[in-house]
Design a protein around this ligand. Structure first.
Ligand code: ATP
Ligand code: MG
Ligand code: MG
Ligand code: MG
Length: 467
């Protein structure tokens, strides 16, 4: 009778409903009217204006299970996927929020009560950190909750001062970790040994006190607030008695479905995990209005899709397959995120088109790379090769870097950037002299410079013309 992820989600929302919180449905992954942010990367994002005192929702407490993507911008976990047990590009963040209502004391008591009483986790397995200067939070944990000082740490700003982005609401935080036990390598929070993940951060309680402006100044918020975030996948792993999020009920059916297509039965195969991660991110990005394209959000989506396709190819799958994982995903998530059920066929269609197209150049690109690697032993993939893979075969740089990492190689990023600059210069010269126009693709992942609905409409029309 271990709780399922669906039960955990419900238990969380019901707990906070009982404590006078308004339960709010997840917002989209594309933040509304916020050009500073690539994707919704935390549960607080849809409430940003409320925290800043610029919007009044008629309630001062809220709880949600917000879908999040961390694959670009300030929070980017793309490179962690497949390498840690706890990071996804897409995940759900359970959160409770106070807009100038309760503050540190209640936030800490609620979190502790939920984990130990509702979910029933043993106190001995939980560790707590606070920001090193936050005596108030330390006192609540040590004296009111009675946490064992052995499992309590004061930590610096790097981990215990949370910000949504370079500007916006922020503040000191307090984090709760679960100790998965001595069988897993890794040191406790704050220790030097950060290589393993025995101690997994489960819940972050942010004491939102400031608004950081573009000059970096911390301006006090109109009233101190609470923003918390707990990864549903990590909580599910703890509750379901597994260390690896990919062994929870949120992932197992996806890994099985991909394994069935590939004819691979080992669920620990890293490519299966990557594919299972990426189908969640890609499906929900499309559900929320992003389409594969050559820039901005659409290019992030394209990069994730192409990585997944390449991993599928690596698994020996020789025809479009990625879209076939939308159905099992809908079985897992459709009830709690009904938008996915409503747009399933559309999502499948976009993923199918993108895969069909990329498969036309993928194999040649990989062959070219193999030829090159057979001729060199420098340990570095030359910028010229990276550029050719990009320009001729549609390999985003991070895809080439992903392959390089698997093989213990590096990518010559500077050389690639030089080629890109040259190409841009050629295109500029060509248009100056009225010559044929070359399409210049912005490969930068962080060069997101805003977003306009018009551009997006253009992109949507574009994809239909192509497809
Ligand atoms: P970590 O240190 O493990 O990377 P974080 O400190 O970056 O996590 P927060 O920004 O504090 O994470 O987000 C709040 C919570 O969201 C985390 O405590 C964790 O449970 C969850 N979370 C964060 N990033 C991810 C991710 N990439 N995949 C799954 N869950 C995540
Ligand atoms: Mg992180
Ligand atoms: Mg952390
Ligand atoms: Mg954290």
């Amino acid at each position: 009778e271990r709780m399922t992820s669906a039960q955990l989600r419900t238990a969380f929302l019901e707990y906070f409903r009982k404590h006078a919180h308004e339960v709010v449905h997840s917002s989209a992954l594309v933040p509304a009217n916020d050009p500073t942010l690539l994707f919704t990367n935390a549960g607080m994002v849809p409430f940003k204006e409320v925290f800043l005192g610029r919007e009044d929702r008629g309630y001062v407490r809220a709880a949600s299970s917000q879908r999040c993507v961390r694959a670009g911008g300030k929070h980017n976990d793309l490179e962690n996927v497949g390498y840690t047990a706890r990071h996804h590009t897409f995940f759900e963040m359970l959160g409770n929020f106070s807009f100038g209502d309760y503050f540190k004391r209640d936030a800490i008591h609620y979190a502790w009560d939920f984990l130990t009483e509702v979910v029933g986790l043993p106190a001995e397995s939980l560790w707590v950190t606070v920001y090193e200067e936050d005596d108030e939070a330390a006192q609540i944990w040590l004296e009111e909750i009675g946490i064992d000082p052995q499992r309590f740490r004061r930590i610096g700003a790097h981990d215990n001062f949370w910000s949504m982005g370079d500007t916006g609401p922020c503040g000191p935080c307090s984090e709760i970790f679960y100790d998965h036990g001595p069988d897993v390598p890794g040191g406790p929070p704050g220790s030097e040994d950060q290589d393993g993940d025995r101690y997994i951060e489960v819940w972050n309680l942010v004491f939102m006190q400031y608004d950081r402006d573009s000059e970096g100044n911390l301006n006090p918020l109109p009233s101190p607030s609470i923003d918390t975030g707990m990864g549903l996948e990590r909580l599910a792993a703890v509750v379901q008695g597994v260390h690896d999020n990919y062994e929870t009920d949120l992932f197992v059916p996806l890994i099985e479905a991909a394994g069935n297509i590939a004819g691979i039965s080992d669920p620990k195969n890293p490519s299966l995990k990557v594919v299972a991660d990426h189908i969640r991110a890609c499906s929900f990005l499309i559900v929320d209005g992003v389409l594969p394209s050559t820039e901005g959000r659409g290019y992030v989506l394209r990069r994730i899709i192409r990585r997944a396709i390449r991993h599928g190819y690596q698994l020996g799958i020789d025809e479009p397959f990625f879209y076939r994982l939308v159905e099992p995903l809908e079985s897992i998530m459709g009830d709690s995120h009904s938008e996915l059920s409503q747009r399933r066929e559309f999502v499948e269609k976009i993923l199918y088109q993108e895969e069909k197209r990329f498969r036309e150049t993928l194999e040649d690109g990989l062959d070219m790379l193999d030829d090159y690697l057979a001729r060199t032993d420098s340990g570095i993939i030359d910028g010229e090769v990276v550029f050719k893979l990009y320009d001729t075969h549609g390999f985003p740089v991070d895809l080439t870097a992903d392959i390089a990492r698997e093989r213990g190689l590096e990518v010559d990023h500077d050389g690639f950037e030089r080629r890109m600059a040259e190409q841009r210069e050629r295109a500029r010269a060509a248009s100056r002299f009225g010559g044929p126009r070359e399409e210049v693709i912005d490969a930068g992942e962080s060069r997101f410079t805003g977003y306009s609905n018009l551009a997006d409409v253009g992109r949507i029309i574009g994809i239909y013309r192509e497809g």
